[in-house]
Design a protein around this ligand. Structure first.
Ligand code: SAH
Length: 420
């Protein structure tokens, strides 16, 4: 049955263009492509053979007319070409996508090591860094979610869906479209955000496992594809430091860090987020794990509201926690916002320290790709020092195996653990 659903959808989608666009780019863009950077901005394209449609293949030739790179073209975006391959000339077709999908999925095999607690929620395809610029695929048990950030993938969707079915058998496939794509319905060919590409419709959230804990994800309307899979390893690290502790989890979303903290032996956990639906999910996620005696023994409080206001209130009431986790949304969207983002991170550090007990541990993360890891770590440490609360036994962490980093600028996640 599911086969026919996608067949019907696929019949309405455009086929990939047959005529490749020949492109010439500026010397700095050439160097950037050679260094492995996958984005070619429209402003650095000097010449193109003809106007193309989203998803057409574009070939960049160098100064000497030699093949430099091939990618998917997108006239609707400032990033006009997303590079699929650079170096020797290759043929991009269904077989290429199958091969790339198998390679990406094979990289994640380590997560299935039988000696590890079960994890069936993780990222299968991490965009640019797995050779699929502008596309991610996440797995939640037998549901896969494919999220597109450019209409350039639409003509190739049939190949991708076929390849995914072979490389990672699943029951259901959900399509998510990035907000910027939804503004331009003429390039969506009837596809909608949250649409089922195949498999039975969902009657509620999907339940999956992460390191043996159970969580729900809402692939249709949740943030990202339903869960912040990138924090899995940091959540495990938190579990290691919470025995006998009280824990404040700020920007908790659906309570991932909270449940790990409880399994680690925390006596009390407070989850705080501005999103009321996220907090309701955090409560359900807690209940899903009550079979674990540590979770059952731990007290869980949920607070819906603005993190800055609520942390201020707690500080005034002299409330203290042994572990404070700060995992805010992205603060810097562009290079011009880096300075203000660093100041905002420092403000958060100070606010976190105001509610951190003496000898407690501050865990602070940043997901702003624009903010370099070293700048972030230095800013947090400086803020703490200026506050006469030196961070000791500092650990700085980065990306997990399912969120690989293939080029400079791909690293966005960093997290600092500092004992005071
Ligand atoms: N730590 C989470 C992911 C956090 S994502 C996890 O492990 O799953 C960032 C979260 O910050 C989102 O859930 C968003 O709703 C929340 N948020 C954004 N602005 C906020 C604010 N001013 N106060 C509180 N929460 C906020």
């Amino acid at each position: 049955m599911s086969e026919t659903v996608f067949d019907k959808i696929a019949a309405t989608l455009p086929a990939p263009g047959t005529k490749r666009i020949a492109l010439r780019v500026t010397p700095p863009a050439e160097r950037s492509i050679r260094s492995g950077h996958p984005w070619v901005y429209g402003t650095s394209i000097e010449d193109e053979s003809h106007p193309g449609a989203p998803g057409d293949l574009g070939v960049v030739f160098d100064r000497k007319g030699r093949f430099l790179a091939i990618g998917v073209y997108d006239p609707t975006s400032p990033i006009k070409l997303r590079v699929l391959h650079q170096g020797d000339a290759v043929k991009i077709d269904g077989a290429w996508f199958n091969q790339m999908l198998s390679t990406a999925i094979a990289k994640r095999k380590v997560l299935q090591d039988p000696s590890l607690a079960p994890t069936n929620g993780y990222r299968l395809v991490h965009g640019e860094s797995d050779g699929f610029p502008g596309m991610v695929v996440d797995r939640y048990a037998d549901t896969l979610v494919i999220k597109l950030y450019t209409p350039a993938w639409i003509p190739h969707l049939k190949s991708i869906v076929t390849g995914l079915r072979k490389a990672q058998p699943h029951n259901r496939l959900v399509l998510r479209l990035n907000r910027s794509m939804r503004k331009d319905p003429q390039f969506l060919f009837g596809l909608t955000d949250g649409q089922f590409l195949h498999g039975p419709a969902l009657t509620g959230p999907v339940i999956f496992s992460e390191n043996g804990l159970r969580f729900e994800a809402d692939p249709i309307s949740g943030q990202k594809t339903g869960f912040f899979l990138d924090q899995r390893e940091n959540r495990s690290r938190v579990e290691q430091i919470t025995r006998g502790c009280s824990v404040l989890n700020v920007f908790s979303y659906t309570g991932g860090f909270s449940v790990y903290a409880a399994r680690g032996g925390a006596t009390q956990v407070t989850s705080l987020d501005v999103s009321a639906p996220a907090m309701e999910a955090a409560e359900r996620n807690w209940v899903l794990n009550l079979t674990n005696p540590n979770v059952a023994a731990c007290e869980h409080e949920t607070l819906v509201g603005d993190a800055f206001e609520l942390m201020d209130d707690m500080a005034r009431m002299k409330r203290k926690f042994d572990v404070v986790i700060l995992d805010p949304p992205m603060f810097a969207q562009s290079a011009s916002q880096v300075e203000s983002a660093l100041l905002a991170y420092q403000r958060l550090t100070r606010m976190g320290l105001d509610v951190l007990a003496f000898g407690g541990t501050l865990v602070q993360a940043s997901c702003s790709a624009r903010v370099a890891a070293e700048s972030f770590f230095a800013a947090v440490e400086d803020a703490a020092n200026g506050y006469k609360r030196t961070l000791r036994e500092v650990r700085c962490t980065g990306h997990a195996v399912d969120h690989p980093i293939a080029f400079e600028g791909a690293a966005y996640l960093k997290c600092i653990f500092g004992k005071t």
